[in-house]
Ligand binder design. Structure first.
Ligand code: HEM
Length: 177
């Protein structure tokens, strides 16, 4: 177990748990909850149930977004710092990031309480369908990022690092003998 970097493991747990919650919640809402509500409940009952779900779910949505952003950004910075990555990695990561921002925006608005939220909810089927497509695309892209060939960068020799730190001193090298 000495070989395990526990910070990496915790970040990965955070990312995967939040991703499963975001993707699972979206697909469940679109393909099970929404059609069942429309089929079985009168409009005012539907609204009451919806308000009750929203109160609980919006907190989980906010926590998932925070987890995904923090763990995702740290993972990305570490990948760039420690590995030589194929060129397409950065482009694909950029696409994934933009799609994720779209998912976060729609999920926050649909589960929120603003006037905009009310307008979005009138078109809930459309917005949940868009988010369902986006989360599936994000998971597919993430799979490619995960298996992309990454070559570990050679470690910096300690002596070279020492010289570079000294070079950053306030005096010109000639005065530092
Ligand atoms: C709805 C939002 C998101 C979903 C569903 C999602 C899903 C995933 C999944 C399934 C993985 C693969 C995990 C593994 O196999 O260990 C992953 C990896 C990753 N995600 Fe996300 N993610 C989301 C948002 C984000 C965001 C916002 C960022 C950046 C800020 C991000 C950055 C990353 C990075 C850097 C990796 C590692 C890729 C690699 O192994 O090279 N993700 N994500």
């Amino acid at each position: 177990m000495d070989q395990v970097n526990w910070l990496d493991v915790v970040l990965r747990w955070m990312h995967i748990l939040a991703a499963v919650t975001a993707a699972g919640g979206t697909l469940f809402a679109r393909f099970a909850l929404l059609p069942s509500l429309e089929e079985t409940l009168a409009p005012e009952q539907r609204q009451a149930l919806h308000a009750s779900i929203r109160g609980r779910w919006s907190k989980i949505v906010a926590a998932s977004i925070a987890f995904l952003l923090v763990s995702g950004l740290v993972n990305f910075i570490n990948a760039v710092r420690l590995y030589d990555l194929p060129k397409f990695y950065h482009a694909l990561f950029g696409v994934k990031f933009l799609l994720a921002l779209g998912v976060f925006f729609i999920a926050s608005v649909v589960s929120g309480r603003s006037a905009l939220a009310e307008r979005f909810r009138r078109d809930a089927r459309k917005w949940l369908s868009i988010n369902a497509v986006l989360v599936v695309l994000i998971v597919l892209i993430s799979g490619v990022l995960k298996v992309a060939e990454k070559t570990k960068k050679p470690a910096q020799p300690a002596a070279a690092m020492k010289t570079r730190v000294e070079d950053r001193g306030p005096w010109p090298a000639t005065l530092r003998q």
